[in-house]
Design a protein. Structure first.
Length: 339
């Protein structure tokens, strides 16, 4: 029995420039960190060469099915497509779950894709490095399942850590951010995360954004150019352990992100964000594509009590997050039962 765990992520700057429609022409860069929230995959081999999938996130289960009869269906499409892509035919029970709801804006779908690739390849006794895992997971999501996704989520989940990631047409480079440990811990304390609700029209937001990029819409391209520049500035400020600058750049980046396309924000999200700034946040942003998910604020501890109370008064749930150093992992549970 194998247990796979892959981290989710918080993206701080440059999101959107990891779309291939953008970075293949202009190159992209993001500042992101893995966090201590995860997707999980439990795999148990079967003796009848059939596959059975359980998904708690989508409340889906399908009965044991032979490899040649497997078809992607809602809630099981990712597991089935990974099994098919890696040509694993020996049969298994797969149980998939996440610590967050679908549409959370924390990269759960990509994390699960990474998790399944890592776990199934381990079951096949095939060694894949982090880059291979990330690229395989991305290819499955973007090209085989036709998800409108960028590439940062797979890389963050596969590699883990706090990184500045650069995207070029033929290469992705993961640069670990060298920041003073005390400053990193202080930054972690200064970040507050609240769950707003599932992202609405996430796919349409990204589809529209991709369409505007391919049409060379100048407002969208200029906004993306600007957030890429902000990611470079954020990387520089973090490397100098300047976390106050980090908070200011979050605010500037959010203003630019709203120009990507319609639907990134709405009246309710704007109201929540403005309240956060009014009650002590230096900056913040909505995680993910937009329309919902989680709201991130940078707020110094002396001002957090009022901000937390205000957000909870709006019906938001605070989510405790810490930076997480490791990427995807697989444990063989047989080792724990046979010491």
């Amino acid at each position: 029995m194998l247990l796979g765990a892959s981290p989710l992520r918080l993206s701080f700057a440059g999101g959107g420039t990891d779309l291939k429609e953008y970075y293949e022409n202009f190159e992209g860069s993001v500042v992101s960190s893995a966090i201590n929230h995860f997707t999980y995959v439990i795999v148990t081999p079967r003796q009848d060469n059939s596959f059975q999938v359980f998904s708690s996130d989508f409340q889906v289960h399908f009965k044991p099915t032979k490899y040649n009869e497997l078809k992607p269906e809602r809630g099981s499409e990712l597991a089935v497509t990974v099994v098919k892509s890696l040509d694993y035919q020996d049969g298994a029970n797969l149980m998939c779950s996440s610590e967050v709801a679908p549409g959370s804006g924390l990269g759960a779908s990509s994390s699960l894709a990474v998790n399944l690739v890592k776990t199934i390849s381990t079951l096949k006794k095939e060694k894949m490095d982090n880059e291979e895992i990330a690229e395989t997971a991305y290819d499955i999501g973007r090209n085989k399942l036709n998800w409108f996704i960028g590439k940062q989520d797979e890389y963050v989940s596969a590699f883990g850590g706090f990184n500045f990631i650069k995207f070029k047409k033929d290469k992705v480079t993961v640069n670990k951010i060298s920041i003073n440990r005390n400053s990193l811990l202080e930054l972690q304390k200064n970040l507050l995360v609240f769950y707003i609700g599932p992202g609405k029209n996430r796919e349409k937001i990204l589809q529209d954004q991709i369409k505007l990029i391919t049409e060379n819409n100048q407002e969208t391209l200029n906004a993306l150019h600007y957030v890429k520049e902000l990611s470079e500035k954020m990387y520089s400020s973090l490397s100098q352990s300047d976390i106050t600058k980090f908070g200011e750049l979050l605010n500037i980046g959010w203003e630019s992100k709203k120009k990507f396309t319609k639907g990134v924000t709405n009246e309710h999200i704007d109201q929540l964000y403005n309240l956060g700034i009014e009650y002590g946040a230096l900056g913040g942003k909505l995680t993910g594509a937009g329309g919902g998910g989680h709201m991130l604020f940078y707020c110094e501890p002396s001002k957090q009590k009022n901000l937390i109370e205000k957000m909870q008064g709006q019906g938001l749930k605070q989510v405790q997050c810490k930076f997480y150093e490791s990427g995807c992992k697989v444990l063989d549970l047989y080792d724990f039962t046979n010491p």
